[in-house]
Write a protein that binds this ligand. Structure first.
Ligand code: N01
Length: 544
């Protein structure tokens, strides 16, 4: 097979790269640009057909960010200075345009191979290098591999008998046809009411003749407060943006705001209500991660917000039974321990004649037939089925690659019962391999671009330190990962996160062992830990 390095544009003779990055989203591209500047010989492989990272695959109708545009971008190299976002929460097409902008500025494309799915990686102990194979038969050697596949690279499909017999269009939201799918006048079934489901339902409700929504767990969705932005708005946003970028590093989850340093438990009902109303009017994730600091830790305090949220939903939904299903008297789980979606008119569409909510717990989809889905109440005929059923998050994208480390040990086997990493960065037995936005990193609790840069800088520091020392092999120790896993388990045990079966801890994947997969101690602690690691000379890494 021809190595991709043979086709290097600069004609340099080398078939062993310094670094191969698997994944070309925010994290992968940041590595490419930084490492190239530092003189590394580096390439990116990406399974997507073009730039966009997760936004290339997730092109379902309504797909848009839940982070405000100006914070959902690179701070790097002034890339933010001349890109205008048309909306406060950009859709997937805008995010793709933003990636094109980044490519134009940084000239990335020549070092990125798209439609290249890394299916296997093998460590060669003698040569101290990896060989990575693509599913279409190519291979590439590299001294270091950075796995930047993102937290949602592996879609989770439900197992419903007869799914393959459906004669209409049935797609997972993360594998939506790139050419789009016109739902006008169609009968649509949506399974799942996570962030993806909420977004599809809103779009389908506007054009489809019928929409049936299967809900297993209500989504405690928050108002987005979407707004169009013109050039002047963008200019205004850019004022002070460097300070907001800096703030991202010290906020709990990489946004430019943090929890209100007061407790709901200490406030009077009137004070609480005033604060809840103020945040509600503002919209977005501040309602979740900018609220009273005890909301995510104190169940009683949490309940005060849940009751407020429920009241707001019931005001909007006319049919009492539907309102109760969407926002039950007893919370399905504490607010915010499962990531809430941002909605625009999600709750209102259930007042339309063409939209119907079905309780998946009472009336599950039993079977799929050529004409539609079958429940205990009979056949629901449909033309389109949207599977908004989520992902094998955090670990799924990495484990989709058959990674074989020292003595042929397979990562799929090592992590079969438990994921073990040091700070979400590396795992023993797999030298010269680092993960970005990986399991046990802040990932799900960190704004993507923030992580790409700040966790990305950690990776660069480590690589630079190894290069300066003349190290050709580095591997984190088993003790360091046992300690990190215990630390995460400790943060999780007894927290309210245990009270919702969410993707944060892999509880959404049937048959997979559940454990906390996202570091929930906040960015200050995470980067503080790294300062310690650096200060002590990276002793967690066995380097030679
Ligand atoms: O996936 P999810 P998602 N039968 O796992 C249900 C980001 N994101 O793609 O809750 C029936 O949240 C499942 O039910 P339950 C964001 O971080 C962001 O929506 O497990 N139903 C749930 O309702 C988000 O958190 C945006 O009981 C089944 C849904 O399917 C993350 O990605 C947009 C089922 C899955 O929800 C994942 O979101 C989209 C089954 N067999 C995604 N299996 C933005 O706004 C699962 N479900 C930026």
């Amino acid at each position: 097979a021809t190595s991709s390095a043979d086709a290097r544009s600069d004609g340099k003779e080398s078939d062993v790269l310094d670094v191969l990055v698997v994944g070309g989203g925010f994290s992968g591209l940041y590595q490419l640009d930084r490492l190239r500047d530092l003189g590394y010989d580096v390439k990116v492989w990406d399974a997507a057909g073009d730039f966009g990272g997760i936004w290339w695959f997730n092109c379902y109708p309504g797909a848009r960010t839940d982070t405000v545009a100006h914070i959902y971008q690179f701070a790097h190299k002034d890339l933010w200075k001349d890109f205008d976002f048309p909306e406060r929460y950009p859709d997937f097409a805008t995010v793709r345009e933003y990636f094109e902008h980044v490519d134009r500025k940084l000239d990335l494309r020549k070092d990125v191979e798209f439609s290249t799915f890394a299916s296997q990686a093998q460590w060669d102990e003698d040569a101290r290098e990896w060989t990575v194979f693509s599913s279409d038969g190519r291979q590439q050697k590299a001294r270091t591999v950075l796995v930047a596949t993102g937290f949602g690279a592996k879609p989770l499909y439900p197992t419903i008998p007869g799914m393959e017999t459906f004669s209409g269009e049935c797609h997972h939201t993360a594998r939506w046809p790139q050419e789009g799918l016109d739902m006008t006048g169609k009968r649509v079934v949506v399974i799942g009411t996570g962030a993806s489901g909420v977004q599809v339902v809103q779009e389908a409700a506007a054009v489809a003749s019928q929409v049936a929504v299967f809900q297993r767990t209500p989504n405690l969705a928050l108002p987005m407060r979407q707004r169009a932005l013109d050039h002047d708005d963008n200019e205004a946003e850019r004022d002070g943006l460097p300070e907001r970028f800096v703030a991202r590093r010290t906020a709990f989850a990489g946004f430019d705001f943090d929890f209100t340093p007061e407790n709901a438990a200490d406030a009077t009902p009137e004070e609480r209500r005033a604060l809840y109303e103020r945040f509600w009017a503002q919209g977005g994730f501040p309602i979740w991660l900018g609220m009273y600091q005890d909301l995510l830790g104190d169940e009683e305090a949490n309940r005060t917000f849940y009751d407020f949220w429920r009241e707001k939903v019931h005001e909007r939904v006319h049919d009492a039974a539907t309102a109760e299903l969407l926002a039950p008297t007893e919370p399905p789980h504490p607010f915010g321990v499962k990531r809430p979606a941002l909605e625009q008119n999600y709750f209102d569409v259930f007042n339309q004649d063409n939209v119907r909510l079905i309780d998946q717990n009472d009336e599950p989809v039993l079977e799929i037939e050529p004409n539609g889905v079958v429940t205990k109440n009979g056949l629901i005929e449909c033309d389109v089925i949207a599977l908004a059923t989520g992902f094998d998050n955090n670990r799924g994208g990495i484990l989709a690659i058959d990674i074989q480390g020292v003595d042929g040990e397979r990562l799929q086997e090592k992590w079969q019962n438990k994921v073990d990493t040091f700070m979400g960065l590396s795992t023993a037995g797999f030298p010269n391999m680092l993960f970005l936005y990986g399991p046990q990193s802040p990932s799900g609790f960190c704004n993507g671009p923030t992580s790409a840069e700040y966790q990305g800088d950690i990776v660069i520091e480590l690589l630079e330190c190894m290069r300066e020392r003349g190290v050709t092999r580095f591997e984190s120790s088993r003790e360091s990962e046992t300690e990190w896993t215990e630390h995460l388990d400790g943060l999780f045990d007894g927290s309210l996160f245990t009270k919702a079966r969410s993707w944060y801890w892999g509880a959404n994947v049937p048959g997979k062992p559940a454990q906390m997969l996202n570091y929930c101690g906040g960015l200050v602690s995470y980067f503080g830990k790294w300062d310690e690691v650096r200060g002590q000379g990276f002793k967690e890494y066995d380097a030679s």
